[in-house]
Design a protein around this ligand. Structure first.
Ligand code: SF4
Ligand code: SF4
Length: 218
């Protein structure tokens, strides 16, 4: 391989140290060009739909309590076994959740808990800042999860009917989804392989051979 050496500098280039001048010109140009670095934490990056951030328990806008009905599906499906739920039964045998914890340091952010919840009670928000000096801060109890929801809707203007379109079971017909999962999803959501809007025809989708409804009917 032939090695290319830089041609020798002539006398003028040596006297005026042209490389230094070129370097200074580059510095000057960059000084007045727009910055491409973000000044975090003063300047936050935009979060996109489907980002799996901090968990939150959705607060019912009427009762101001969690929408959770303690069906235990999320705790059952969680591959990390990091969700713990406790509940009481009222006089009509309706379950009332009294304890809901997520040990976030064990969570793998798969989103299964959100997908499986039939009433849209648990969600993953676009809040992403976890940095803390204290493990307890990321051991979310029921109040912390409800607080996460309050912060989320305060920051984003979402309401209690919010359903993250990217957190719905993939390839399942809308009519097969629990009613809480059909709410407030914009019609123009057309993510490939995901049926989330009424304008998307099932025939144009890559649906699995068995839908949830068929699976349930055996
Ligand atoms: S995101 Fe996955 S791992 Fe984390 S709590 Fe939910 S189901 Fe469990
Ligand atoms: S799946 Fe939903 S309703 Fe059922 S226990 Fe979990 S959060 Fe509550």
């Amino acid at each position: 391989m032939k090695v290319q050496y830089k041609p020798k500098r002539n006398l003028l280039e040596t006297i005026f140290q042209v490389e230094i001048l070129q370097g200074m010109a580059l510095t000057l140009r960059k000084l007045f060009s727009p910055a491409i670095t973000r000044q975090y934490p003063q300047e936050k990056p935009p979060m996109y739909p489907g980002f799996r951030g901090q968990h939150a328990l959705v607060r019912d806008s009427v009762s101001k309590e969690s929408k959770c009905v303690a069906c235990m599906r999320c705790a059952t499906v969680c591959p990390s076994r990091c969700i713990q739920i406790g509940y009481d039964e009222d006089e009509t045998h309706k379950r009332v959740v009294n304890r809901y914890t997520i040990e976030v340091l064990r969570c793998v952010f798969c989103g299964y808990c959100v997908e499986v919840c039939p009433v849209g009670a648990i969600t993953m928000t676009e809040l992403f800042e976890y940095a803390t000096y204290d493990r307890q801060t990321v051991f979310f109890d029921k109040e912390a999860l409800l607080d996460n929801w309050d912060s989320f809707i305060l920051k984003t203007g979402k309401d209690a009917t919010y359903v993250n379109p990217l957190m719905r079971p993939r390839g399942v017909l809308e009519s097969s989804l629990p009613s809480a999962k059909r709410l407030t999803v914009p019609d123009d959501w057309t993510i490939e392989g995901q049926y989330v809007g009424t304008k998307v025809k099932p025939s144009t989708m890559n649906l699995p051979s068995t839908t949830h409804a068929e699976a349930e009917n055996g």
